[in-house]
Design a protein around this ligand. Structure first.
Ligand code: NAD
Length: 432
């Protein structure tokens, strides 16, 4: 195992550091995760065999509050990946100004190979192994790739059993019946939608004259597609791992979602069966979707989809990164030269962690909010962050990604300084 992903992640800070005055002590602190835990989880399988799974939990930085981040169940999970994702979470929380630091967790497995009971035993075993590392005031897990509200419910239940007290605030993204928040399931897409709406009104663009292509039609991608469709945008193309579909007049997204749910995937819409009559379209490859001549492109699938191989072919005016890391650093430079504006993941997909924060607040106060209250508060946070990042990028002539890091670094630097750094003491601030 190398530490390459993590060092790539920390290197992306370098550009932003030129535009923010942050002490060297603070930068140094941010380059190392605060604590990394690796555990072995024994699980009795349905056939009686014992299997040992490898699990991780990393807390990157807790200067601004308890650490927060999802738990990923995936064959590629490694300590290096988890450390990198924890690092991004520190910046995402700071960008939107929620009082959390960054963390991430994961178990290396292919969840599709486990029965539901095996998954439950594995999840409870993971919590047994990390119980002393997490807690409502310490570190709060949430869902990520291949984990969901059911799994979060098991985690909360197991932690509560260990602590001998009901502890709903230890995990977010729970089922509503176990203390989950209204609007958590749609929060990532809703945050992205508020960012898009804020920018389109700034650019004086009306939805009916704005075309959109979306890569990935999963939880985040299909929800943002429907929000945009309902607001009057022309969503002309969507894709999933099976392929892409296109219609110049705009796709009927609610019908598409309905058929995807019923048929488990978009292959159901490749013109065999009744949906062809409902959703008129032509088929495209995934690669063709990315290079369509549209106003807005939304990558909502995987990392590294736009690289130096295809960045010169992108024709969208604006890219909103709903996925984490869909654009490589080299492609970032090419897109900037071509005046394509990229709204970065740490702003655009921060709706999920923002509503996770709201869930934690509701669990701790015992006062539960309506869907409208949740979305109103999410809108305030998202619009404020979008406006601020836009302003910083305009004032300093820097990319939106760099502006987002500048904003996060300013907040992190202030907190780290206030805890005591060389600058803090040299300036005599520590005497007060
Ligand atoms: P998901 O598993 O529900 O959906 C992923 C979608 O991408 C699926 O439709 C899949 O078929 C599609 N896909 C996979 N490979 C593809 C390819 N080569 N071309 C086109 N489509 C492809 O996942 P999700 O929760 O919607 O997450 C999507 C992205 O958004 C991830 O990068 C995730 O980290 C990020 N994100 C999600 C959330 C959230 O709350 N769901 C929060 C923050 C970030």
């Amino acid at each position: 195992m190398t530490d390459s992903l993590f060092s790539d992640a920390t290197q992306r800070l370098d550009t932003a550091l030129k535009y923010v005055s942050i002490s060297e002590d603070a930068i140094e602190r941010l380059k190392y995760p605060k604590a990394s835990l690796r555990v072995s989880i024994p699980v009795r399988m349905d056939n009686g065999d014992l299997r040992i799974f490898q699990g991780y939990r990393v807390r990157h930085d807790d200067t601004r509050g308890p650490t927060k981040g999802g738990v990923r169940y995936h064959p590629n999970v490694s300590l290096d990946e988890v450390q990198s994702l924890a690092f991004w979470m520190t910046f995402k929380c700071a960008v939107v100004g929620i009082p959390f630091g960054g963390a991430k967790g994961g178990i290396t497995l292919n969840p599709k190979e486990l029965s539901r009971l095996e998954l439950e035993r594995l999840t409870r075993g993971y919590i047994d192994a990390i119980a002393d590392f997490i807690g409502p005031d310490v570190d709060i897990p949430a869902p990520d790739v291949y984990t969901n509200p059911t799994i979060m419910g098991w985690m909360m239940d197991r932690y509560s059993t260990i602590r001998r007290q009901l502890s709903p605030a230890v995990v977010t993204g729970k089922p509503i019946a176990l203390g989950g928040s209204q609007g958590r399931d749609t929060a990532t897409a809703m945050g992205a939608f508020y960012s898009i709406q804020t920018m389109m009104s700034k650019f004086d663009r009306r939805p009916e004259n704005t075309t959109v292509a979306i890569q990935g039609f999963g939880n985040a991608g299909s929800t943002i597609a429907e929000l945009l469709f309902n607001a009057g945008y022309r969503v002309v193309a969507v894709s999933d791992s099976q392929g892409a579909i296109y219609s110049a007049n705009g796709l009927d997204i609610p019908s598409l979602r309905h058929y995807r749910e019923a048929n488990k995937g978009m292959k159901a819409v490749y013109c065999e069966g009744s949906v062809c009559n409902i959703v008129e379209h032509q088929t495209l490859t995934n690669a063709e979707l990315l290079t369509l001549d549209v106003d807005i492109l939304i990558p909502a699938a995987l990392e590294n989809q736009i690289t130096e191989d295809n960045a010169n072919d992108i024709r969208a005016k604006w890219i909103f990164e709903v996925a984490n890391g869909p654009i490589s650093p080299a492609a970032d430079g090419i897109l900037a030269e071509r005046d394509i504006l990229v709204f970065p993941d740490i702003l655009v997909n921060a709706g999920g962690v923002t509503v996770s924060y709201f869930e934690w607040v509701q669990n701790r106060t015992g006062l539960y909010w309506s869907l409208e209250e949740v979305n109103d508060r999410l809108k305030v946070k998202t619009v404020e962050a979008t406006e601020a990042i836009w302003q910083t990028s305009q004032e300093r002539s820097i990319s939106l990604r760099t502006a987002a890091y500048v904003r996060a670094l300013q907040r992190l630097g202030e907190s780290l300084d206030a805890k005591g750094t060389r600058n803090y003491y040299l300036n005599g601030m520590g005497n007060g």
